[in-house]
Design a protein. Structure first.
Length: 212
């Protein structure tokens, strides 16, 4: 009699546990948002020692949240050909994962272009963008989309930005490079960008009225 009395309760408990397990699996594999983008921040000069010092000087800062990042790397460069301190070579190493000669943008030692993270992401079907507080033709940014032997020639870097890439979003400075090309009678890069369906925004009001 005792077993018969508990049998309905056991069956109900089993059904409840099965439902909970099914619900948890459904939420985990079908409902919970999955990672669909990769955002990379490059912070020159950052190091574990620097973060620890900042935390010690200002205990109210919650820098410990950085420990919860899905992926975080500190890169220390050691090279024999002035890689350390060479912005182009260092940025190219970060963009390609390969050591490159000094002063060049994402070019191997044999002169051939090295594959960059930006182009790998595009081939994988991801949308790509670059955002910089400085010029979009600076070595730290250009290494991800440009390949050339002299990183100081900003005009040809700007040309490559439109000729060899289709970046979905570009935020940053350096408009003077575009206008100087037009003044020199070479190319009207701003007009070409508009023909490629880029929306040109040059001030805060334009950004605030952008429909995206």
């Amino acid at each position: 009699m005792s077993m018969k009395r508990w049998r309905p309760q056991l069956i109900a408990l089993a059904i409840l546990l099965a439902f909970v397990g099914f619900s948890a699996s459904y939420v985990r594999y079908f409902v919970r948002a999955r990672t669909h983008s990769v955002i990379i921040f490059f912070v020159p000069g950052a190091s574990p020692e620097l973060l620890s010092l900042a935390q010690a000087r200002d205990p109210n800062r919650q820098l410990s949240a950085l420990g919860n990042a899905d992926s975080m790397a500190f890169v220390e460069t050691q090279a024999t050909d002035r890689l350390t301190g060479d912005a182009a070579a260092l940025a190219s190493f970060l963009a390609t994962g390969e050591p490159t000669p000094s002063g060049r943008l994402s070019l191997r030692y044999d002169g051939k272009p090295a594959d960059t993270l930006l182009y790998q992401a595009q081939r994988s079907g991801r949308a790509v963008g670059i955002i910089s507080t400085g010029s979009i033709t600076s070595p730290g940014v250009a290494a991800f989309y440009a390949h050339q032997p002299d990183a100081s020639v900003s005009a040809t870097i700007a040309n490559q930005l439109l000729d060899s890439t289709r970046i979905d979003l570009i935020f940053g400075g350096g408009r003077e490079i575009f206008t100087s090309e037009k003044k020199a009678g070479h190319r009207d890069l701003e007009q070409e960008a508009q023909k490629l369906d880029y929306t040109m925004i040059f001030d805060r009001s334009g950004l605030e009225t952008f429909p995206a």
